[in-house]
Design a protein around this ligand. Structure first.
Ligand SMILES: Cc1cc2nc3c(=O)[nH]c(=O)nc-3n(C[C@H](O)[C@H](O)[C@H](O)COP(=O)(O)OP(=O)(O)OC[C@H]3O[C@@H](n4cnc5c(N)ncnc54)[C@H](O)[C@@H]3O)c2cc1C
Length: 406
């Protein structure tokens, strides 16, 4: 995504420059949707907004300024038709993220915007009427309007390293504590955690090797299971859908859906237990009646992983015990995979310090914020990119209007 928007007014003509620190723009966009880029979601606002956290109302003006159908039309008019898949998720018709990047780059250049790569902004200073930026390559920039769109902290190799939080703080804005979301939850005993790593360790490196338990589960994909989250022993929520065991831990759409809540609770010192219902369509009595035939209900790899983790030492229990275990496959959660491989950063620039209508920073004239740097994140399904596109557009329009009305 665009990193920076900077505008100066010269004889009422705007000069707009995007300063991007990476050699190519939109590195993260290339990774999205497993390289297919699920760039928005076709739901209307009522169905869209429950997927936005922590305050969907903040997104409302940006959403109605650029609803999903308008974004699709804008891209289609610029050579990028799109298709809608399951769950109203919208992808480019080519299913290639690179086509979205190319389309955006074309649009930016056609609009006369200077797109400058390899420009890592190091410092931002405010003088009386302008923002003064200095870049790692020694170049200096002055602008009357500045848009911070530096993203969050996830996948830092794409360029998002949280720089915008520092400048927002320097401008007097509150930055809410950040934490990884849409990330793998690591069950206890799933990874080989080095001795002395600390009992309270919550962030567990994705690269740590799997334990024998992890190896027995990694690679299993569960379809249409039930997932319940218990926080300090209390049922917090239940979801239904697909879930994957990966080299990170528990992921997949349903795992991701509960990860925000779980990471936040773990960081607050709470205990998390996840319970998988492998057969939500059958009750325990019906399952127990299957007797030894229960094996036929599950693919072999799942049955093997389930037995290895549920009954590691003891012999298999009776039919009733097995049925109970199938309905309550339990995992105490030790921690989560951090920014190195999470999809989104939760937390960020406090929404109370930013106008939802213009995305201008309150009390810092000429400063605007857009995208993941804000304390705004969402579930999987194209919502996060819609936040980025719609807040990006509104911030750009507001900055331009403000500059032109000088
Ligand atoms: C693996 C993965 C898959 C995803 N899939 C999807 C998906 O399918 N659908 C969806 O909706 N969302 C998805 N997301 C989330 C989505 O990518 C983000 O919400 C979105 O990219 C945020 O956009 P942004 O412009 O705010 O930040 P970013 O995309 O992070 O862009 C910020 C840019 O700022 C630049 N920058 C940072 N600091 C500086 C500096 N000091 N100077 C100059 N430039 C700087 C960075 O290099 C970067 O290019 C995915 C994320 C990941 C990691």
């Amino acid at each position: 995504m665009a990193a920076w928007g900077a505008a100066t007014v010269r004889e009422r003509a705007l000069r707009v420059a995007v300063l991007e620190k990476m050699p190519r723009p939109a590195r993260k966009l290339m990774l999205t949707g497993k390289g297919r880029c699920n760039f928005t979601n076709a739901k209307d606002w009522e169905a869209f907004q429950p997927h936005i956290h922590p305050n969907p109302r903040f997104l409302r003006p940006a959403f109605f300024n650029l609803p999903p159908e308008k974004l699709r039309k804008l891209l289609a008019d610029n050579g990028l038709p799109s298709v809608v898949e399951r769950g109203d998720r919208v992808f480019p018709a080519s299913r290639q993220a690179v086509d979205v990047v190319d389309c955006l780059e074309r649009m930016v250049r056609q609009a006369g915007v200077e797109l400058l790569c390899g420009k890592e902004v190091k410092t931002v200073a405010r003088s009386e009427n302008a923002y003064n930026l200095s870049c790692a390559d020694g170049s200096r920039w002055e602008c009357g309007r500045l848009i911070i769109a530096t993203g969050g902290l996830s996948y830092p190799t794409t360029g998002s390293t949280g720089d915008g939080y520092v400048w927002a703080r320097e401008a007097g804005l509150e930055v809410r504590p950040t934490f990884p979301s849409l990330t793998a939850l690591v069950p206890k005993g799933y990874k080989m955690i080095p001795e002395g790593a600390g009992k309270g360790l919550r962030h567990i490196e994705r690269g740590l090797p799997l334990s024998p338990l992890g190896k027995s589960l990694c690679g299993i994909s569960l379809k249409n299971i039930g997932l319940s989250v218990f926080i300090d022993g209390q049922l917090s929520c239940s979801e239904q859908g697909d879930l994957d065991f990966t080299d990170g831990g528990i992921e997949g759409p349903t795992g991701f859906r509960v990860s925000r809540k779980c990471v936040s609770a773990l960081n607050n010192g709470s205990r998390i237990r996840l319970e998988i219902d492998l057969k939500p369509g059958l009750d325990e009595r019906r399952l127990a009646e299957k007797g030894p035939d229960w094996h036929k209900l599950l693919p072999k790899d799942i049955a093997r992983g389930f037995l290895a983790s549920s009954f590691p030492a003891s012999p298999q229990p009776d039919a009733a015990g097995l049925a109970r275990a199938l309905k309550h496959w339990s995992f105490d959660i030790a921690g989560y995979v951090g920014y190195e491989r999470c999809v989104i950063t939760a937390g960020g620039v406090c929404l109370g310090d930013v106008s939802a209508k213009t995305l201008s920073a309150k009390g810092s004239e000429g400063l605007y914020l857009a995208g993941e740097v804000l304390d705004l994140d969402a579930d999987t399904g194209g919502y996060n990119l819609h936040i980025a596109f719609s807040t990006g557009l509104l911030a750009g329009q507001s900055a331009a209007l403000s500059a032109l009305s000088l």
